[in-house]
Design a protein around this ligand. Structure first.
Ligand SMILES: Nc1nc2c(ncn2[C@@H]2O[C@H](COP(=O)(O)OP(=O)(O)OP(=O)(O)O)[C@@H](O)[C@H]2O)c(=O)[nH]1
Ligand SMILES: [Mg+2]
Length: 438
């Protein structure tokens, strides 16, 4: 069994664990913001397989270095744990390894923080080799400092049965094993990344559109609606972990001839306080999005916090250096929206924006038109000459451009092309490496 499973997946004696959620409201944050963050934590806990028995929101002027919420409140929760037979106490913010260790000792039960919980969900949901490798790497990076802090439920299990107190030697060994595994996984990911780069090359000259957005916004539903894909759609957080790439349905082909094929890329959703290790290790998956020339930022307009979601997504995009990419805001789920006034405001405030219902397939035509508009924004017409003896070259050009005319002159083919500027540049570039015979 991989170590991360041994360490993080305690085998619960019951199918669903009983959880207490704990939030801390600090000055500068509204109570409402803390509450909605806790609500989201409850959804995450549910996805991870826990029943929320109690939720505690505590206001303090500052974080307590030893017990995060202060010893008094921690004692209160310790009592709750005993009374309610709690398996896990989940904090809405990241705990320092020391705080987590102290709390775990006091509660005598498992303590998780938001990052640990999200990592756990990702671990359960990851299917492909790439996603599994990425998640395991992120988990181990998260774990390493916590082993040092003697966060007991990790060390207890890593140390093996019967070894409750973390023996120093055992700990050192564990940390060495974890480091070795991290090195191995990093190499593994580099290998996968190289294969991905090859696949990417096959898609050169194709206009690519990436679906980005908060988890549960409806990205996969939209991918399914616009393409032949049948990606899993679920009213759960993080239904999608692996990117899926599909061509935009052909019915509109006639009218985006100049751009050739248009590909849509579905990716993992974002969330508030997304663990940094996770963003780092999912970077290569998200690089699928970096390949795109247009981002469709999908927004669940029926969610009470949707504007906060927009901000979060923008922050993550910045972290991924995607902040400057062209974005089309796609306000989804308008079928369930009962505030018609909102639509006008959003159209103005978030221009360019479209309102759709991916599930009911409403107003998708406008969205498709806007995508094609972006794709054809800088189409140029030009002529190119290539040697007649290079049929592969001609085939490649056919993939990248709309061939308007073709003439044969001696040992050359002269083609009149329409293509987007980037493809035109690419074609010119590779023709330079195939100079015409003198
Ligand atoms: N009412 C309504 N519900 C929708 C619409 N589009 C999607 N949904 C629902 O929203 C939920 C999430 O949809 P997904 O497509 O899985 O969302 P996602 O953005 O891919 O989510 P992750 O993969 O978890 O990031 C599902 O229950 C969908 O049925 C819509 O247009 N209207
Ligand atoms: Mg999805």
């Amino acid at each position: 069994m991989p170590i991360k499973q041994k360490i993080l997946h305690e085998t619960a004696t019951r199918a669903r664990e009983r959880a207490v959620l704990v939030g801390l409201s600090l000055p500068g944050h509204t109570r409402q913001a803390s509450e909605s963050s806790l609500e989201e934590l409850a959804q995450l806990a549910d996805t991870a397989g826990a029943d929320v028995i109690e939720t505690v929101l505590h206001a303090r002027p500052k974080i307590d270095p030893a017990y995060f919420i202060g010893q008094g409140k921690a004692d209160f929760i310790a009592a709750l744990v005993t009374q309610q037979d709690i398996d896990v106490v989940i904090f809405d913010d990241d705990l320092s390894p020391g705080q987590a260790a102290n709390l775990e000792r006091l509660f005598d039960t498992k303590v998780l923080d938001r990052s640990g919980l999200i990592l756990d969900i990702f671990a359960r949901r990851a299917r492909t080799r790439e996603a599994r490798t990425q998640v395991e790497l992120a988990q181990l990076e998260y774990l390493l400092p916590r082993l040092a802090g003697q966060w007991t439920h990790f060390t207890r299990h890593a140390g093996g049965i019967g070894l409750r107190g973390p023996g120093e030697t055992q700990l050192e060994t564990d940390r060495r094993i974890v480091r070795q595994r991290i090195a191995h996984l990093t190499k593994e990911l580099q290998k996968i990344e190289r294969q991905r780069a090859v696949r990417r090359q096959h898609r050169e000259g194709v206009f690519k559109v990436a679906l980005v957005g908060y988890t549960n916004a409806g990205k996969s539903t939209l991918l399914n609606a616009l393409t032949e894909a049948q990606v899993l759609v679920e009213n759960r957080l993080f239904a999608t972990l692996d990117p899926t790439v599909r061509a935009l349905r052909n019915e509109s082909n006639g009218f985006h001839k100049d751009v050739g094929e248009i590909l849509l890329i579905d990716t993992v959703g974002f969330i508030r306080k997304l663990p940094h290790d996770l963003v780092a290790s999912f970077k290569s998956t998200l690089e699928e999005a970096c390949e795109a020339e247009l981002l469709l930022h999908v927004i669940d307009v029926t969610h009470p916090d949707f504007e906060q979601h927009i901000k979060t997504v923008r922050e993550v995009l910045n972290e991924l250096e995607l902040g400057e990419y062209p974005v089309l805001h796609v306000f989804n789920k308008v079928d369930a929206l009962h505030e018609p006034g909102l639509i006008t405001r959003l159209r103005n405030e978030y221009a360019p924006a479209v309102m759709i219902s991916a599930e009911r397939k409403m107003f998708l035509h406008e969205l498709q038109e806007r995508i094609v508009e972006f794709a054809t924004a800088n189409v140029v017409e030009f002529e190119a000459e290539l040697p007649i003896a290079e049929p592969a070259l001609l085939a490649r050009i056919h993939r990248m451009a709309n061939v308007l005319e073709r003439r044969f002159e001696d040992d050359r083919v002269i083609v009149k092309l329409r293509a987007r500027q980037p493809e035109a540049d690419q074609i010119r570039h590779f023709l330079n490496f195939h100079p015409l015979p003198a």
